[in-house]
Design a protein around this ligand. Sequence first.
Ligand code: PLP
Length: 408
Amino acid sequence: MARVNEDFLNLQSGYLFPEVARRIRAWQEKNPGVNVMKLSIGNTTEAITPVIAKAMHRKIELLSDRATYTGYGDEQGDTALRNALSEHYKREYGVNLSPLAFFVSDGAKSDAANIQSIFSRDSIPAIQDPAYPVYVDSNVAGGHTGKYDSSKDAYNGIVYMPSDASNGFIAEPPKEHADLIYLCFPNNPTGAVATKEQLKSFVDYAHREKAIIIFDSAYSDYIETKGIPHSIYEIEGAEDVAIEIGSFSKNAGFTGVRLGWTIVPESLHSDNAPEGTIHRLWNRRQCTFFNGASNISQAGGLAALSEDGRKECISLVGYYKENAKIILEGMKAAGLECYGGVDSPYIWTACPDGMSSWDFFDFLLDKAHVAVTPGSGFGKAGEGFVRISAYGHREDVERAVASIRENL
Ligand code: PLP
C-alpha cells in the first residue's frame, strides 16, 4: 500500500503567499472593479535590462541553429558562469572561492529548501523568527522537526531565534545546541542587516558546536551601509562552516527567468563529515535530482556579472531602493513605526493600536485597497507587524503610499 510521507502531513496550513492571494481574491469578488495595489509579494516588476536581454536573445539564436545548438549542460552549471561567480566574489567582496565551490541552480528557493536533505534527520535546525517560510517548512517536510505544537505556535525540535526591536532584529546565536543555522541578511522579512561582529558570533558558534550555517544572501545587492558584509565568507573561518545561497532574482529581475547558486566549499566539514564530504554530497544530490539550470538563463546570468551587466543590476536595484525610500518615508509620515527599507526592499512596519498582523492586513485592504504581507505569516515573532514590499512600478508605489496615508 502506498503511504504518503507523514513529514509532509506535519506541515501547517497553506504557504503564506497563496493565503494572501486567496484573501485578496475573496475581497475582490466582494468589491468588483476596485483595483488592489499590491505591495505584498517580493516579486520584481521592472523589465530585464538591455545587456542581459541581449545575451539571452543571442543564446536563443545559437540554440536555433543546428551548428551551435547545445542540449544538457553540467548539473553544476556552465564553467564560464561558475568562473564569473568566483571572480565576482573576489572583485566585489574580496573573497577567494574556487569556481568548483559554486553550484548553479534554478534559484535560491529550491536550494534553500533542498539543502537540509544532505544532513542527518536528527540535525537540529535553528531558524530566525520571523523568517522566510521555506526554512521552517523544508525542515518539517524533511523530517528534522517534531510535531507542531499549537499551544506554543511552534514546531518541537526547532530552535527559534527571535528577532525583534529589542535586539535590532538580529538574533544572537542560540544558548542551546543546534546543527543547521539558517541566516538571511539583508533579512526577509525585517530588512535588518548584520554587522561583521554579529556574523562572526554565528561563525564562532558554528565552530564551537560543529554546526553548519546556511546563509541566504538573496538581497545582498541592496546593502548600501558601509562595512556591512555582503557574503558570510567575508568572516574569517566561515569557509569551514558555512554554505551560502545566492540569487539573480532580486538584482537582475530573474524571478521568472530563474537562476541562482549555492556555494558549498570543499573545506566545509562537520561531525561525521571530513573535509570534502558535504561538497561531494551536494554534488551527488544535484546530479541525481537536478538537471541543470536553463542555458538561456545562464547566458543571462553571465551577462549580469559582466561590467555593464553589473551596472544595470545596480541601477535596477536602485529603482527598487528608491521605492523603498518612498514607502519608508510615507509610512513614517503616517505615524507608523518602521524598520528596514534602507539596505533592503522590505519595510517592516509595526501595526498601529495593538492590531494583529491579519487585522492590519484586512484594514489596509479594505480602507486603502493596498495589499501587504502579514508579519505573523513569517513566524510567531512577526505578529504585530506587516511587511511592505518595494517591488512595484513607481507610480503604483506612490499611489499605494498616498492611499495608506489618506486612510490611516
Ligand atoms: N531567499 C529569500 C530570503 C527570499 O526572500 C526569496 C524570494 O523571495 C528567495 C530566497 C527566492 O529566491 P529565488 O527567486 O532565487 O528562488
